[in-house]
Design a protein around this ligand. Structure first.
Ligand SMILES: C[S@@+](CC[C@H](N)C(=O)[O-])C[C@H]1O[C@@H](n2cnc3c(N)ncnc32)[C@H](O)[C@@H]1O
Length: 280
């Protein structure tokens, strides 16, 4: 994918922050090619237009588009289910980029915080200003210990379970930092909180990765795990509720192939783990 924008805020993005453009383009345009995975994102296309973006995609981008659209649809479903059980609970998107889940998961009773690095929050604020006191942008580096206590959670929300999304972020970070982010969530989030995160197989990580991904942004994958159980084992308060594989998006044949792959390799090539905080 080639991307150019008239906004200097966008053109100055490099490395991992620049990767936010990939899911944005996928949510804006991917549904045309993959209508069954259309997320109906009200903001993505508007954002590209507002940035004066010129995007060139090719057939090589198709798997990336499927990854993003598949996880978006799944996170929407898991979020709707969570908020139907806990309508007043807050939601948080860690490393939100220019994603806007509150458009789908806001119910008039809950609040939402979109967290990202300062440079990205500046960009969000110029294109996606805080729409209300219910939906906030928060600049924060989640690799810095203590980030949970710096979240601007309302006092009344301190004991409510929280719905946390972290998609397309952790695979770019060093393994020790990823473990510390997950443990900080597990130690601090109230019982019943849920965390949705995506992960890649260790085979997709590092300079000798067998499964290579598009590194146009100059941001290679640094963290991978075999499956969601490995993530749940990082902390005794974490329980794995479900694990999903992107093969679900390709139909039954792919799911069968994925099952055999999983037996050999210990898990999917690209998956999503749904975890909950429970007292051991
Ligand atoms: C591939 S983008 C994903 C954006 C968004 N989650 C989505 O799916 O549209 C990765 C995002 O993680 C953010 N990020 C990377 N390291 C971070 C950190 N240490 N703290 C907060 N955000 C971070 C980047 O700035 C970028 O917006």
């Amino acid at each position: 994918m080639q991307f150019r924008a008239h906004s200097s805020l966008v053109e100055n993005l490099t490395g991992v922050p620049r990767t936010l453009l990939i899911p944005l383009v996928a949510r804006a345009n991917g549904g045309t090619t993959f209508p069954l995975l259309e997320p109906n994102d009200r903001y993505a296309q508007e954002l590209l237009t507002a940035m004066g973006a010129e995007v060139k995609t090719s057939g090589h981008d198709a798997p990336t588009f499927v990854n993003v659209l598949w996880r978006t649809v799944l996170i929407k479903e898991l979020g709707s289910d969570f908020f139907s059980r806990a309508p007043q609970s807050p939601g948080i998107n860690l490393g939100a980029g220019l994603a806007h889940y509150f458009q789908w998961l806001g119910n008039g009773k809950n609040t939402w915080i979109d967290v990202d690095l300062e440079q990205v929050i500046d960009l969000r604020k110029s294109f996606l200003p805080d729409s209300s006191s219910h939906c906030l942008n928060q600049a924060m580096d989640i690799t810095q210990p203590g980030w949970w206590n710096r979240l601007p959670l309302h006092k009344r929300d301190h004991k409510r379970p929280v719905f946390v999304v972290c998609e397309g972020v952790l695979m770019y970070l060093e393994p020790c930092k990823v473990r510390s982010i997950i443990r900080e969530f597990a130690e601090n989030a109230p019982e019943g909180s849920e965390l949705i995160l995506d992960f890649v197989s260790p085979l997709a990580v590092g300079p000798t990765a067998v499964l290579r991904h598009n590194e146009e942004t100059g941001a290679p994958f640094a963290w991978g795990v075999h499956n969601g159980l490995e993530i749940a084992h990082l902390h005794p308060r974490l329980e794995l509720l479900s694990q999903h594989s992107v093969s679900e998006a390709y139909g039954l044949g792919a799911s069968w192939a994925d099952m055999y792959w999983g037996l050999l390799m210990g898990g999917p090539v690209y998956g999503l783990a749904h975890l909950r905080v429970t007292e051991p």
